[in-house]
Design a binder for this molecule. Structure first.
Ligand code: SIN
Length: 313
């Protein structure tokens, strides 16, 4: 008798991931203690919180709320400052999984300084966050193609570690195409689609107020309600980037079936945010197991047999 081994391993820019599912740069990945929890979990990598040059407390509370089909948050990048995240990888190496830095500059120089510092660190990949919607008075860089290009020019040749861009959702193919063309001009190995859907408003009719405090209630929407937007962005970038640039899918992953949908759309791996926040670190193992069961039931032996193979009606 012999067994067929079903592989959900994946590779991003040549870096091996033990499975297809990891945490997103979002909830519960800011402190060393939180990162150790991720290290000991079923997440196939340790993704760190987006760092800024200086430490930040983030926005005022309440800044996160669970919704019926997702979450709303306006965290404001609470983080320890990039110099702390440069020190962490050495202490996380025992988990034997890729470590990913995330940087969120407030200006081009910030991006340059942080990317350079992480290029000289022990991290495996660098995700450059161009899409935080939660900073008062600071537009999301990835909606400004001129500014995005300035950042790309400044960061894309600072070292050998692969870099990627965390992008906001695009709602018109003209914009997706413009960003894809820009990405192809520079040394970008992956994109992460999508960050939260920015500047939504949830109102409590009883209190007659928004349900969160910062930015007069305008905040980022995440979780299952944004999954169709995330899938569409993954698919469109998959069509436009044609495997030259890899894709992390993120947005509304709660189950193995969700993961399978992102694989069909063309994602090379997926990141989990709201479900991790709500369920805790056991979610990675559960989601992975459900995903493997679907793959087995459908007689697929590896993710490459499915990736991007969306069928059409
Ligand atoms: C936040 O900390 O405000 C969320 C991070 C992000 O949207 O990039």
């Amino acid at each position: 008798m012999y067994f067929i081994i079903m592989e959900t391993k994946t590779k991003i820019a040549g870096v091996e991931f033990g499975s297809y599912v990891l945490n997103a740069s979002g909830p519960d990945c800011s402190t060393l203690e939180e990162l150790k929890v991720i290290g000991g979990s079923g997440s196939s990598a340790i993704m760190m919180k987006s760092s800024t040059i200086e430490p930040r407390q983030g926005n005022e509370e309440p800044r996160y709320a669970k919704l019926l089909s997702g979450s709303i948050q306006c965290m404001g990048l609470p983080n320890l400052g990039y110099q702390e995240y440069i020190k962490f990888p050495i202490q996380l190496q025992k988990y034997n999984k890729p470590i990913i830095a995330s940087v969120a500059g407030l200006c081009v120089e910030d991006y340059k300084k942080m990317v350079k510092a992480f290029q000289d660190s022990e991290v495996d990949l660098i995700e450059v966050n161009l899409s935080c919607p939660n900073l008062e008075g600071k537009p999301q860089a990835a909606y400004d193609f001129k500014q995005s290009e300035e950042i790309l020019k400044a960061i894309s040749d600072l070292g050998n570690k692969p870099i990627g861009l965390k992008l906001p959702p695009y709602y018109d193919f003209a914009h997706t195409k413009q960003m894809a063309e820009l990405i192809k001009k520079y040394n970008v190995s992956f994109v992460t689609c999508i960050n939260s859907v920015g500047n939504v408003l949830v109102i409590d009719p009883e209190t007659e107020t928004p349900i969160i405090k910062p930015k007069k209630g305008f905040a980022g929407l995440g979780g299952s309600c944004i999954k169709p937007i995330a899938l569409a962005n993954v698919r469109k970038f998959y069509e436009l980037l044609k495997g030259e640039v890899q894709i992390f899918g993120v947005g509304g992953i709660e189950s193995g079936a969700d993961v399978f949908e992102f694989l069909l759309a063309g994602a090379d791996a997926v990141q989990v945010a709201t479900t991790f926040k709500e369920e805790g670190a056991t979610c990675f193992e559960r989601i992975n197991k459900e995903f493997e069961e679907i793959m087995k039931r459908k007689n697929y032996n590896s993710i490459d047999e499915v990736k991007g193979n969306l069928k059409f009606l």
